[in-house]
Write a protein that binds this ligand. Sequence first.
Ligand code: CMC
Length: 434
Amino acid sequence: MADTIHSRTATLRIEDREIELPILSGTLGPDVIDIRKLYAESGMFTFDPGFTSTASCSSAITYIDGDEGELLYRGYPIEQLAERSHFLEVCYLLLYGDLPSAEKLADFEFRITRHTMLHEQMQYFFRGFRRDAHPMATMVGVVGAMSAFYHDSTDITDPWQREVAAIRMIAKMPTIAAWAYKYSIGQPFIYPRNDLDYASNFLHMCFATPCETHNVDPILTRAMDRIMMLHADHEQNASTSTVRLAGSSGANPFACIAAGIACLWGPAHGGANQATLEMLREIGRIERIPEFIARAKDKNDPFRLMGFGHRVYKNFDPRAKVMKQSADEVLDLLGVRDNPLLQVAKELERIALEDDYFVSKKLYPNVDFYSGIILEAMGFPTAMFTPIFAVSRTVGWIAQWKEMIADPTQKIGRPRQLYVGAGRRDHVEVENRG
Ligand code: CMC
């Protein structure tokens, strides 16, 4: 897959030597310089912490133009999908490359719906956690443990088993996240309902109890479905790269997705939606915003405005535009516009969009700024924000993992390093050390 047509080369001069490196072109986006033979020819590595200039793979799934603020899933703009599609259709698109016919979609929905239950014994696994465990901790453990429950879909060399593992994970992840939540608040687990669509079923498992009927409002379902679509994939972000790296060693898919969930948890990545709400709570009142803006600008203060900025988007995050619209709909429906936290959010957004520091550095509100606001209004505790991101991103992780496994050029991921530690030295007996 990585060997696209190339006739152009880049010349690298190292002192008195010149090395020709092929230039590869994709369908969209910057060309890349193919350095696979660089070490063999020069004895040197490249140095790129954070992979800011390195393409780690070729992929046909998602395309981002950060300067234009464009996001395409298999070529389709995210705005069109968010408006006219729904999450399971987007899952099909990401997994199989095209939008499904009505028949194929019905079959896919049937397959997902028939896999939503967890092995009953997994309940005991949940019950082994402390009640106050963060739901992400529970999810990392439970998803990793799926490899101990579903042995018949861990052979990565068998395409059928890979397919079953993919369906299982997309189908079961909402049940796992909802049960992690229910366990943390001491309520009974609610079993999946296969008569509901994917997003409604998730909301039902989170908010229903066995004691009374719970009807999910269609506006909330639509908002949740959009959150899921907008988070479904984002090319080679940190958690996806983690899934690929874990999978490159031949690890089973459940272990790989557990690794992705662990990576997503960090506040610079999926944990940003939780961190955003915690920051809004800390700010507390509109009058305190200037103090926090000043801290965000202060080079000597590690504080950052959570929910602002993005590694790739140096323009408004296209997902944030759609999410902002959803946030308005949900806040109107729930009549919570007077909520002081949301007022702080609105004012913070207004100030940051006008302030020279944020404007000049192109630090726009990102998708997690608005998703945090929606989820707060829906009644989710902040600890559930990142698990919901994980539910949504599962399909992206799996699509990328499947693409990698099927790629004949795939190798185990093994970065190099610039060693800056001690030179070779001899061991000294303990009594002779200074
Ligand atoms: N608040 C204040 N200053 C910021 C922020 C922020 N949120 N983000 C970046 N900057 C400044 C940073 O200090 C640096 O300034 P200077 O050039 O003077 O040193 C400049 O902007 C560039 O920052 P960077 O750290 O080089 O940018 P990056 O591409 O490495 O970081 C980021 C991207 C998302 C980690 C960062 O913007 C950030 O920490 N944002 C807050 C956390 C957040 O909301 N993360 C969610 C990202 S979207 C969801 C996802 O994809 O997972």
